[in-house]
Design a protein around this ligand. Sequence first.
Ligand code: AMP
Length: 193
Amino acid sequence: MRIILLGPPGAGKGTQAVRLVERLGIPQLSTGDMLRAAVAAGTPVGLKAKAVMDRGDLVSDDIVVGIIADRIEEQDAKGGFILDGFPRTVAQAEAFDRMLADKGLKLDAVIEFKVNEGELVERIVKRAKDTEARGEPVRKDDNPDVFKTRLEAYRNQTAPLSAYYDSKGALKTADGMRPIDEVTEAIRGILGR
Ligand code: AMP
């Protein structure tokens, strides 16, 4: 299956993606994770992306489209994948549509997590605290100030994707404010497996 998880930062996309990986046996493709790895490795992409990510803005379409184009060619993604954090702009969605069409592939579902934005900041603060408690490094962009910029980027650049995918008949929604297990069940219902 080829699935896109859509929703603002802190909506629970990553949490649900991990569960889908276990259940469906297809990889989670998180452009955020891939970019953080590039930053940590100091690659040319990482060097370009670092400052943009630290302030909570979006990395250029060219960079992320290139990353995804390469990643879906890898063997483990041939049987499907879960996209987490991509696409984030209409231009990315259009480029991705072209990629799929060139390969004769189709999307199975776009699942949008509906959330109450007011509660997202608390979630992000909690995520940072939990990460710290586990002794793991805290994401630099998981703080209330940068989070505001990330939410703005979502509203301005990513939110239009709901209408984009709805017009293609691909959009499904899940209530992202429900407990984690209930969201998992809702997604299972949407996918029919
Ligand atoms: P995430 O882990 O999905 O919250 O992404 C962390 C950061 O990586 C974002 O705030 C952006 O700076 C960058 N990023 C991740 N995915 C994309 C994307 N599809 N387009 C542009 N920037 C992205």
